[in-house]
Design a protein around this ligand. Sequence first.
Ligand code: FES
Length: 149
Amino acid sequence: MKSVDAIDEAIRDPKNLGEMTEADAVGTAGSADCGDMLRMWIKFREVGGRRVIDKATFQSFGCQTAIAVASMATELIKGKTPQEALSMSGEELSAPLGPLAPMKIHCAQLVEGALKNALTGVVVPIPAANAPSLADSLQPKAGLKITFR
Ligand code: FES
């Protein structure tokens, strides 16, 4: 399945959406670049003397890709220990969606940042969106001459 199709499908029916009132941990990440934010709630349980993630939910004030990745990630981390979940990169958390477009890679890093913030309390800086800013996109192309009358 192409990444765009997988993202569309994940957005149509996002998993684990919403606040979790009985959460053991909560983490937030924000991208200063695009202004998007994501919050993740995590509940643990004990299995054979190990603490594992029982469930995770999220809220997103952000783009559709971040919602799709968070939906996927909250499923992927179920049953993992905090250390196992911490070792997952944004790329791993979004892997079932297929490769993300370069300008959308930071959307997965936003999810990774919220997860790491929930598990460690550390605020993770989200890299730039790697997309041209409005000012960049208004710059004239080489060889193009703009005249004002
Ligand atoms: Fe910024 Fe997706 S999180 S565009």
